[in-house]
Design a protein around this ligand. Structure first.
Ligand SMILES: [Zn+2]
Length: 288
């Protein structure tokens, strides 16, 4: 089993109204994949950096150039198409692997980009959110902390941030301080994606009121399950949970992406319920 720490940089378009909505709602088009491979005893064995030439948001947004230092010229010279890059990334991951990321924001973007290019999303691996694990096990709190701040706490000198490979290396430095053999099992959760949803809602309120948006088919038995009412996590991010009659439990995540004042596009990712997700969900429920 390999553990793949990965980080993405993505380009965005100038305004909400320019966001691509067909074949998939695309808030970000990936321009760089950085990854570090750990072996089954969490030792670093390899690393990878891939640049990707954007196909839809071709001109790099000024903010992205400033943040990442990536320029149009680098992408023109070294950029692969997303399908080419994804194939290289898959080869790097190997046969059996789990994903590790700092926060949960990269996986939905990866899924959007896979869907954009017609790549199968039905077989996502187990995932670990190292930010959550660090905050719970080292800091002993439920808040989120930036990767930079985590490195400071650990007295680690990381590489410059907002570079996909550097951020992966920095995440690997944090990983060295975690005893994943001991408590990793509480946090591991398989991720599931779905094909793009076509419906558009006129407001977040309308989206949250629609039970169809909480309905999913259980990844193990196929039963149609309607999850509990959504809990708000951030202004446009929501959580729900569902349990089929066999007892299989899923945590549902929802993001609502506005592309106009009255157009909200839902994007969902599901996670197998872990001990930690259960705890997080119930904490959020108590504090709503
Ligand atoms: Zn089931």
């Amino acid at each position: 089993m390999n553990y793949i720490i990965f980080d993405l940089e993505w380009n965005q378009c100038g305004s909400d109204s320019e966001i691509l909505t067909d074949p998939v709602c695309l808030p970000g088009e990936i321009i760089e994949i950085g990854a570090v491979k750990l072996d089954d005893s969490f030792q670093k064995v390899d690393e990878l950096r891939l640049y990707i030439k954007p196909q839809y948001y071709q001109k790099l947004h000024r903010r992205i150039v400033t943040l990442t230092g990536i320029r149009d010229q680098i992408l023109a010279e070294q950029g692969l198409s997303f399908p080419e890059a994804y194939e290289k990334f898959q080869d790097f991951c190997g046969e059996e692997y789990s994903f590790m990321t700092w926060s949960t924001s990269d996986l939905p973007i990866l899924v959007d980009n896979m869907l954009l290019h017609g790549i199968d999303v039905s077989n996502l691996p187990d995932t670990y959110d190292l930010q959550r694990i660090f905050c719970r096990e080292i800091m002993r709190f439920s808040r989120r902390m930036s990767l930079d701040d985590a490195l400071k706490v650990l007295n680690e000198k990381g590489d410059t941030a907002h570079d996909a490979l550097n951020d992966s290396r920095n995440t690997a430095l944090v990983c060295n301080h975690l005893d994943l053999e001991e408590y990793g099992g509480e946090y591991v959760s398989r991720a599931f994606a779905e094909l793009p949803r076509k419906e558009v809602f006129e407001s977040p309120k309308a989206a949250l009121a629609d039970p169809g948006l909480r309905t999913y088919s259980c990844p193990w038995c196929g039963e149609a399950v309607t999850g509990d009412p959504w809990l708000r996590v951030e202004h446009d991010e929501f959580l729900s949970m569902g349990r089929c009659s066999e007892g299989d439990e899923i945590l549902l995540t929802l993001e609502l992406t506005p592309t106009a004042a009255n157009r909200y596009h839902p994007r969902r990712i599901f996670y197998e319920m872990s001990d930690d997700l259960w705890e997080e969900y119930n904490e959020r429920k108590e504090h709503q």
